[in-house]
Every structure is written in C-alpha cells, then in structure tokens.
Design a protein around this ligand. Structure first.
Ligand SMILES: Cc1cc2nc3c(=O)[nH]c(=O)nc-3n(C[C@H](O)[C@H](O)[C@H](O)COP(=O)(O)OP(=O)(O)OC[C@H]3O[C@@H](n4cnc5c(N)ncnc54)[C@H](O)[C@@H]3O)c2cc1C
Length: 469
C-alpha cells in the first residue's frame, strides 16, 4: 500500500483521502487554510473562514450523482451531510403528478442531497475527522520534491511546505482547486510542458441566500437554471430551510455589473416572474456575493501518450473545472476520486509511468465526457449571451440544439422528463441517453419550440432600463 500526500483539503481532497485510506493506503491531507470546521456544521456559514476557496459562500447545488456516490462509497459522509440538515430533494416527487405521470421505477435515483457549501463541506470535514483521516490544516504546500526518473522524466517523491518541511510520498495527488499552482511546480522540477487548455468564457455570478421561518423552501416553477437572453437565473434549495438565488451574466457585460448593488440586484431578480417568489424569505446576507473571471480549464500531465512527470496525479478542479452554473463540479470531482481509488486497485505506485497512464485512461472514461459536454454548453451559452448583448442571433450547433430541446421537453413529456433529469443529475451522459434514435426523434419533436417559446422575463432593453430605475 502507498504513502499518499494529498494537496488540498476541500471536499474532493477529503473524500478522495478517505476513499484511499479505506483501501489501506497511508494518507496525509495538507490544507492551507488553518481553521478547523465548527463542531456543528450549521455554524459553518457564519463562523468558518475558508480563504482558499473563492466560491465558498456562493450558491451551490449538489446533484444526485454526488449523493449517489457518497451513498455507495462513503455512506458515513452521506449520513453526516444529512445530519447537518442537508435537503434530500426528489427531482420527480417535487413536481406535480400531472407533469411527471406519477412515480416510476428508477425515479428514486433522481434524489439530490444539497445544502449551502460551508454547511456541506463542514459536515464532510467532521466526518473525515471521525474516520481518523490525517488532515493537517494550516499547512501550505510550496512545491514538489522530485528525482530523475527513466528517460529524464521527473518522478515526484513528495512535497515541501511553506515552512520548509519536507514530506516524502509514493504518490502526490494535487486536489488544490481551480487555481492549482501545479504547472509552476512542474516547471521548477524540470518537467516538460503539460497540456493546459484555458477558455476564459467570462461568466460572472451574483448571488444571495435566504431562509424561511418554518424550514420550507420555495416551490419551483421550472428547473434551477433558467436562461433569459443575456442573463440566467439560479434558484437552489439548500439545507435547514435556506436557499440561494443568483444571477449569472457575462463578466464583460459592463452595464450589468450594476447588479453588485443589493437594491439593483433585487429589482432585476424580481422582474423574472417564474422565480421572483424566491425573494420572499428572511435575508441571510445584506449584500450580494459575486465572483467573476471563472474560467474553463483542463490540465493533463499526459502529452503524446507519455507522462511529463510521474508520482503526481491531478484530481477534481485541479484537473479540470468549468463554468459552474450547471452544478457539476463536486459530482465530477467525487467521480474522479472514485476513479483514482479504482485505478490504484489494479495499478501500483511501483510502476509510476504505468499508473499515470492508467489513471489518464480512467479519467478519459469517467469524467472527461462530462468536462467536454459542459464546456460545449458553456461556449454555446456564452455565444447566446454575447448575441443578446449585441442584438444579433447566435449560431448554434446541432448538439446544443438537441440539449436545449431536451431541456425544453422536460415539463412536456414524462418520458423525456426522465431523460433530461438523468442528464442534469449526471446519472448518464448525453451519449448514453441519446443512443436510441427514437428518443432523439421524440426530443426533436417535443422540444422543437425551445427557441420560439422563451420563458417570460424582461427583454434586454427592459433589463437595462431596470438598472437605472
Ligand atoms: C461560483 C461557483 C459556484 C459553484 N457551484 C457549484 C455547484 O452548485 N455545484 C457543484 O457541484 N460545484 C459547484 N462549483 C464547483 C465546486 O465548488 C468545485 O468543483 C469543488 O469545490 C472542487 O473541489 P476541489 O476539492 O477540487 O477544490 P476546492 O474546493 O477549490 O479545494 C481546494 C483546496 O485546496 C487548498 N489549497 C490550495 N492550494 C494549496 C496549497 N498550496 N497547499 C495546501 N492546500 C492548498 C484550498 O485552500 C482548498 O481548500 C462552483 C464553483 C464556483 C466557482
């Protein structure tokens, strides 16, 4: 069994660490932020300082795939999240029966377990403490230790920390998030240049959280993410009778930056009739939390089928991250952690090049399709947003047309509702769902009106007028 150092104790780092520990590996997780999680996860919203995660207090929604994997691989963590008051949300049962056609076999997999990010992460952090995973907080990794491997390819043998401590390991796993410094670290140890795709599509998020006095959450009149010309709305039920609401725009949409102002944001959000009632709650914050410059990024240490370094693997956002409005990051990261655990069951750290290639193959088979599908959707959505700003119409490709038709058909056909929901929940990829030509034909028929039948909301001109009101 291997000595493993994990860089980054976010949710994916902690869950990956626990998965590996339970397979008998000797795991140490190093987390830069010093503060431990509060004993009661419900206090995490107010009390837990996590500067290492920019999006810590931004709206999050955890998809059914996240819950499904926790139930299957880390049931104690799943239970801890439930005990913290996370919301089990049944995608089918939360919709009127006349639309769903009644409950069917298989619908119970469409259950999310969701909550505000700090609450869910604190529950995970407490669960891994209870499981005696060695998580060292307040330890920032500053670089890699390495020796020359076969063919001059550096073999990573550990990490050194900002206070000068060296930790040796058979395997270093970088789970340090979307701003991972691993490319700089690899350059320092003389590795060839890794593959690094960056697409700054430039989405910006502006959100706030509310709660009800009785623990209920608002009724949804549509899916959590709804697109309107140059703006999207997010309405995300969360833990303990709380919920998050957000507006997603293009960061370069200069006039729309005015929604950083609390009153302006509220005026704009209230102008979307399908979601305005989500503002009827007790405010948790008196300001808008925002984040921009959220890039799509994909890093790979395998170039031309060979590793640029061995003994180092990238997992979660450090491997790839996208525009997060579809709420996939945590699910994809957890899938990736499971893929790593499974790879280590059949590959050994004693063959580091073989391990690097096997994990690359597992990555391509499990999470890469989700990354690619998400980036394709992001590009098309940003093209639409830009066209709406410019007053033109955006060219779209056939796969986007089909995805949009699939989403449009959800409330209009109980069979296609399950198809669209499984896709949104990350329970099956579009390729799996669309393998049957009859399903594709039905989606094209039922979903054909998606462009001509927009959800009611202000036009671009009305939106701009609201900013100045
Ligand atoms: C605005 C926004 C909204 C999002 N909404 C959703 C959502 O609704 N649903 C969803 O599933 N996902 C969402 N995501 C994505 C989700 O937050 C990430 O996919 C998920 O947090 C990835 O986890 P991670 O553990 O890989 O990285 P992170 O959560 O970023 O954790 C990385 C950790 O590494 C630590 N670290 C960094 N550098 C070092 C170092 N040198 N030494 C030691 N420690 C270090 C950091 O302090 C941090 O704790 C959202 C992202 C954004 C930006």
């Amino acid at each position: 069994m291997a000595r493993v150092v994990i860089v980054g104790g976010g949710m994916v780092g902690m869950c990956t660490g626990l998965l590996l520990q339970r397979d008998g590996h000797d795991v140490t997780v190093l987390e830069r932020d010093p503060a431990p999680p509060p004993a009661d996860p419900r206090d995490a919203w107010a009390d837990w300082e996590r500067r290492g995660i920019n999006q810590f207090r931004l709206p999050h929604y955890f998809q059914p795939k996240f819950r499904q994997q926790l139930d299957e691989h880390l049931p104690d963590v799943s239970q801890a999240i439930r005990d913290a008051g996370a919301l089990p949300l049944h995608m089918v049962e939360s919709i009127p029966e006349e639309m769903t056609g009644g409950k069917r076999e298989g619908d119970d997999e469409l259950v999310a377990l969701t909550g505000r990010r700090p609450v869910v992460e604190a529950a995970v952090a407490n669960a891994v403490v209870a499981a005696e995973l060695d998580v060292r907080r307040g330890v920032a990794v500053a670089g890699l230790l390495a020796e020359a491997g076969p063919g001059g390819v550096p073999r990573v043998t550990g990490v050194h920390t900002e206070d000068g401590t060296e930790l040796r390991a058979d395997l270093v796993i970088d789970v340090s998030g979307r701003r991972s410094p691993c490319l700089r670290w690899l350059e320092v140890i003389g590795a060839a240049e890794p593959d690094d795709e960056v697409d700054d599509l430039g989405f910006a998020y502006y959100g706030r959280h509310l709660r009800s006095p009785d623990g209920s959450t608002p009724v949804a009149f549509g899916p959590p993410l709804q697109h309107y010309e140059s703006v999207s709305t997010l309405t995300l039920p969360a833990d303990n009778g709380t919920w998050c609401v957000a507006l997603v725009t293009a960061g370069h949409d200069a006039p729309l930056r005015a929604i950083r102002d609390f009153d302006t944001w509220n005026r704009v959000f209230a102008s979307y009739p399908m979601v305005a009632h989500w503002l009827e709650g007790e405010p948790i914050e008196d300001h808008i939390v925002s984040l921009s410059k959220i890039e799509d990024r994909h890093r790979s240490l395998i170039v031309d089928d060979e590793p640029v370094a061995t003994g180092l693997l990238l997992v979660g956002d450090a491997w790839a991250c996208t525009n997060p409005s579809v709420g996939r990051g945590a699910s994809i990261g957890l899938m990736h952690g499971v893929a790593l655990r499974d790879t280590l069951r059949s590959s050994t750290v004693d063959d580091p090049a073989g391990l690097a290639k096997a994990f690359h193959a597992a990555t391509l088979a499990t999470v890469e399709p989700w990354y690619r599908a998400t980036v394709d959707m992001d590009r098309q959505r940003m093209a639409e947003v830009q066209a709406a700003i410019a007053g033109t119409s955006a060219p779209t490709d056939d796969s986007y047309e089909l995805t949009m038709a699939m989403l449009y058909s959800i409330p209009r056909d109980p069979d296609l509702m399950r198809v669209g929901m499984r896709f949104m929940a990350l329970l099956s990829t579009p390729d799996q769902e669309l393998a049957d030509p009859a399903v594709v034909a039905r989606i094209r028929e039922v979903g054909s009106g998606w462009r001509d039948d927009p959800i009611p909301g202000p036009s671009r001109a009305e939106l701009l007028a609201l900013l100045d009101a």
